[in-house]
Design a protein around this ligand. Structure first.
Ligand code: CJB
Length: 809
């Protein structure tokens, strides 16, 4: 049946009455939201079901993306858009006198991730379905999502984010697909059974993993994939082994928190258990499915590709080996062949401290059989290098060293593909950090530059600009992001440029209204909106931005008539709860903001806004309103970045170091349409090699640096006695690990160029237009299509066919 407005209205009224026994006028936004979500779900359930059946019937090879984080944000609008129902629903609700956008605000963000890594995983889910590719997610259904951030007296305070309190409209619990996982055995012995030696676990306990599936709706193609998130429960048969509340709570804890406190050994063990839990559950369920479809496990790689997103799911490798060896009785060589054909791995960071290493005894305690298998992988690996005459590469690449398991080594040794997430990142992987592996397995290494979903970031988040695009270049860009390039023809068209500026202005007004409500601060949409939104990390250098703000403030105090473009500095950032330095920086940003925002003498030329509780939904509000995008990490440190792509797509101009995907953005838009500064990767590498960097020299010899740094400790910024000193020490006594001072003058100079450029609205709009036009280059659809073709070898199973979601029951 055709999904018409009349049909929708009738169905909406009916379901609202059935579900809540209320009239529209009395219904709460929550009731309206639930009713709407139920209609949307019914609209894609059939396609979802058919998709699962088709894949099984046709024996389509499927990819399984294993990730400890998924950060989809809200799903109502994107599902509606992808189903092609968006306009019909908005118009229907309008007839019912319901404000659609107000209703969407009720939905809690699905925030099962910290930042870029989790958001990328969610973007890939959307892009896979939208490309008609059979690709599924496998992760954890955390009871508490990423913590809720409050700013109290300038400090970050973390509160639990109980996102499931009112249920999750998009999930379906699938009891029949539950699997059991044995952990904490004290001993493994071998027993003969049916002619095979079978390991028997002594001691320990069994946990039940219950999947909650979320349908991932493709863009107007009828393809609905599966995001499977696992919850931990106590199996009935095991109840007696969990007698105390404490023992029961341990199982609840397993899937409670996204990132357990890793400053304690208990927290670290819990994290490892989480990793094994979702890996084992996922692999067991894949094998079950494969066998149920009647396929032979020898042919697993013809039907299944398993992707290891960063090192957190690396236990996939020994777990698949375990199941093939112990349950399916394969010999080692065959099992290893199958495993390496199936597994592929993405590296997302080269920061040494982020490379997971687990103490041997943690893994032994968790699952002694897994430890045995890792030891055997290691033994055979070392032996193979000795045989190949490459024994010199053993120490740097082996899996077990210093009583620790190096997860990166296990990932690379056990996978057929290893990729980085931007050209520079992959080059650094190959030439520096993982060079010894590259020498051993050059054919495994490849690059897959990250991507973003234009649908969410442009079509949904930036309706003003979308309208301008529709009017100017037609609507094909909504289906094929590369068509945004058609905009280039209009780069000198004054009318179009003015419309782009006007759309931006409207988005700025919207953000300003939010800031008034959330921060009680009035900001002018005429000022430059200068945005830095990302996790708070020293290498991302929010501090560099802050030092410049202090410098501008000092200049204005000296000369209140200084001719600068008014600027609003907008930050959104969460610090890891245990990352002290990052929290200190948040405090400093907020106190500098307090000082500046309350100083009448600078005539509103500067404002500093820290938007608390940064999230995907807030990003949807902030990004369309940004004029300037701050991508200022120390070269070599940011693997890729993805906010850089979202911001350019929305017409913000990028101030960037030559790091991560900034380089590819520059290659796309050209040197004239981006503001580049700072040390290059070679300069950073040279400093690191020669250890010649001396931060004190910058402090002592460059007056502007001395003046700014002194402000941190001389009381001129109130309320940061401790934190200001801490930051001062980081930048001087601890020798400024991220070269903030080395890049400071270059940063000031480039920002001066930004200031000048903003004075010419049409020239600015032209640069903005070029960025928008080139934004399609970073479509996640294209990225996953490359993964599909070059790594997973999966093919589209659904072609574009808008009618499919219209078969509404
Ligand atoms: N990244 O968000 C995370 N978490 C990690 O633990 C490691 C890396 C980020 O991944 C993004 C997606 O690939 C990258 O764009 C970003 O540069 C990286 O920091």
């Amino acid at each position: 049946m055709q999904f018409t407005k009349e049909y929708f209205i009738q169905e909406f009224k009916k379901r609202l009455n059935e579900g809540y026994a209320v009239d529209i006028k009395q219904a709460s936004n929550f009731e309206l939201y639930q009713t709407l979500a139920s209609i949307v779900r019914s609209g894609y359930n059939n396609a979802w079901h058919q998709n699962i059946k088709n894949n099984a019937r046709e024996g389509n090879k499927q990819a399984y993306y294993f990730s400890i984080e998924f950060l989809p944000g809200r799903l109502l609008q994107s599902n509606l858009l992808n189903m092609g129902w968006y306009d019909t629903v908005i118009s229907g609700l309008k007839d019912l006198d319901i404000d659609f956008y107000e209703v969407t605000e009720i939905e809690k963000d699905m925030a099962l991730g910290n930042g870029g890594l989790g958001r990328l995983a969610a973007a890939f889910m959307d892009a896979l379905a939208s490309s008609g590719l059979p690709g599924n997610g496998n992760g954890i259904r955390y009871k508490y999502g990423l913590f809720k951030q409050k700013i109290v007296d300038g400090y970050q305070v973390e509160l639990p984010n109980e996102w499931l309190n009112q249920g999750n409209s998009w999930e379906v619990r699938r009891d029949s697909k539950a699997v059991d996982i044995h952990i904490n055995a004290t001993e493994v012995s071998l027993l003969e059974k049916d002619g095979h030696l079978v390991p028997v676990y002594h001691g320990g306990k069994v946990i039940r993993a219950v999947p909650y599936d979320v349908g991932v709706v493709g863009f107007q193609n009828g393809c609905v994939n599966n995001l499977r998130l696992w919850d931990a429960e106590i199996p009935e048969s095991e109840e007696v082994n969990y007698r105390t509340l404490d023992e029961r709570r341990k199982i609840e804890d397993l899937t409670s928190i996204l990132y357990p406190d890793d400053s304690t050994s208990e927290g670290r063990r819990l994290r490892l258990l989480q990793e094994y839990f979702f890996v084992s559950a996922g692999i067991q369920s894949i094998l079950k499915h494969h066998k149920k479809a009647g396929h032979n496990l020898n042919k697993l790689a013809d039907y299944v590709a398993i992707h290891i997103n960063d090192t957190h799911p690396v236990l996939c490798i020994p777990e698949l080996m375990r199941l093939l060896l112990d349950e399916e009785h394969y010999g080692w060589d065959e099992a290893w062949e199958i495993t390496t054909q199936v597994m592929s791995y993405t590296n997302h960071t080269l920061m040494a401290e982020a490379m997971e290493k687990w103490p041997i005894h943690y893994i032994q305690e968790l699952q002694p059989r897994i430890y045995q298998i890792i030891c055997e992988i290691e033994r055979r690996y070392v032996e193979s290098l000795e045989k190949r005459g490459q024994a010199e590469l053993i120490p740097s690449t082996r899996i077990i060293a210093d009583n620790q398991i190096r997860m990166v080594s296990l990932a690379i040794i056990g996978s057929h593909s290893v990729n980085g997430v931007a050209k520079l990142h992959t080059e650094l992987m190959k030439s520096q950090v993982l060079n010894d592996f590259y020498r051993l397995f050059p054919e495994r290494f490849n690059n897959k530059t990250n991507g973003i979903t234009e649908r969410r970031w442009l079509q949904i988040a930036n309706r003003e600009l979308s309208k301008v695009l529709d009017k100017t270049i037609g609507k094909t860009w909504r289906y094929a992001a590369d068509d945004l390039e058609m905009l280039l023809k209009y780069q000198d068209d004054e009318k179009v440029l003015k419309e782009i500026n006007h759309a931006k202005y409207q988005n700025k007004v919207r953000l300003a209204e939010h800031v008034k409500k959330s921060n009680g601060l009035k900001i002018s949409p005429d000022a430059i909106f200068d945005v830095q939104i990302k996790r708070l990390h020293e290498y991302k250098r929010q501090l560099l931005n802050l030092l410049r703000i202090i410098k501008l403030y000092q200049d204005l105090k000296e000369n209140p008539n200084l001719d600068i473009q008014p600027r609003v500095f907008i930050f959104g950032a969460k610090a890891a709860p245990g990352y002290h330095e990052a929290k200190v920086i948040i405090k400093c940003i907020n106190e500098v903001g307090n000082l500046i925002n309350n100083d009448q003498t600078i005539q509103d030329k500067l404002k500093v806004v820290f938007i608390e509780d940064y999230s995907v939904s807030l990003a949807e509000l902030i990004i369309p309103a940004a004029d300037v995008s701050e991508q200022i990490s120390t070269a070599t440190k940011e693997a890729s970045g993805t906010s850089n792509m979202k911001l350019m797509l929305n017409g913000a101009l990028t101030v960037a170091t030559l790091d991560g995907a900034n380089i590819e953005i520059k290659d796309q838009v050209g040197d004239d349409n981006i503001f580049i500064f700072g040390l290059t990767k070679d300069e950073v590498t040279a400093h690191n090699q020669t250890q010649d960097y001396c931060a004190w020299d910058y402090y002592n010899n460059i007056p502007v640096i001395k003046r700014v740094l002194d402000a941190l400790i001389d009381g001129s910024i109130p309320n940061i006695q401790v934190e200001g000193r801490h930051v001062f020490d980081l930048l001087t006594r601890f020798n400024d690990q991220f070269f903030v001072l080395a890049d400071f003058e270059g940063y000031l100079a480039i920002q001066e160029q930004v200031d000048q450029a903003y004075r010419k609205p049409l020239a600015w709009a032209k640069m903005s237009l070029i960025n928008i036009a080139k934004g399609g280059h970073f479509s996640a659809d294209k990225t996953v299509q490359r993964y599909a073709k070059e790594i997973w070898h999966i093919k589209p199973v659904v072609e574009k066919d808008e009618a499919k979601y219209d078969s509404y029951q």
